[in-house]
Design a protein around this ligand. Sequence first.
Ligand code: PHE
Length: 358
Amino acid sequence: MSDLQALETEITAAIEAAGDMAALEAVRVASLGKKGSVSALMKSLGGMSPDERKEMGPKLNGLKQTIGEAIAARTQGLRNAELEARLAEEKIDVTLPIRPESQGTIHPVSQVWDEVVQIFADLGFSVAEGPHIETDFYNFEALNIPPEHPARQEHDTFYFNPRDDGSRMVLRTHTSPVQIRTMETEEPPIRIIAPGRTYRCDSDQTHTPMFHQVEGLVIDETTHLGHLKWCLEEFCKAFFEVDEVKMRFRASHFPFTEPSMEIDIGCSWEGGQVKIGTGDDWLEILGSGMVHPKVISASGLDPEKYQGFAFGMGIDRIAMLKYGIPDLRAFFEADLRWLRHYGFSAFDVPELAGGLSR
Ligand code: PHE
């Protein structure tokens, strides 16, 4: 066997024997590296006679190539083996039972959000969404709240820094901008709810800077106040899981509805616990009204042809009422003891057929 063949056999054996990437790299350096055996032979070509060089040149290049290919193949082999080993190690048996120590819970806001969606889905509503960062147009202007309107003060708005054109984006102060966005993009009949986060610069036992609302909007050619009352009565009965619920519709004012009503539900207090549905006390739970014609035309629809109702309700607030949770701030403190106490099992998926909250 020639010296070259012996060298090739030796190096390819070393490549095959390399058990990991570091060992393989050592073989590469010892052969093809700057001071490696093959590189040294390549350098010796310079000192050969033209005839010798003509014979040895192709042989050495062939050797270099063979070794390069062997290293590439071994690299791939090692990588595959590494992946196989990792996959084998990371395999999980999905048929294993759930570990008893798993203690995650569904937050009451998520649970109530799902309950609300279930109830309105059953009434034929679909769910709409809008951005949390809004323009002045959607949050105020199109909702018939012009720049100097006092309602702007009541909203304790979080403003962003002015943009180049001087306008300022806001964190939406209510879910009502979704009314406009929906009417702009959908053809009536419209029947949507829009649950989501809202923001106001306010914090005490019943206010947090971020909270949740659910907007409702129905637009067609015939919907009237009677439909609004029926719809919300059905919602309250289903949500509080009672057969009868006493409701009071109180005249109120919102720039984007006319007429406007706030809705209270009857309740009683027994031993510090509130009982919903009956009793002589009242709890305010939502704002509502017939959508103002100006709002309908600001959204690009014809107010002569279309009409309907809208409402807005605090999700956190109805969660507190239904599940007897006293302090709103605790909702967002991520205290594990609180979450374990008020949270829901992931298996308690709200659905009407089986009883909403079982
Ligand atoms: N957007 C009002 C609020 O945040 C609630 C509301 C919505 C009232 C729709 C009427 C109609 O207070």
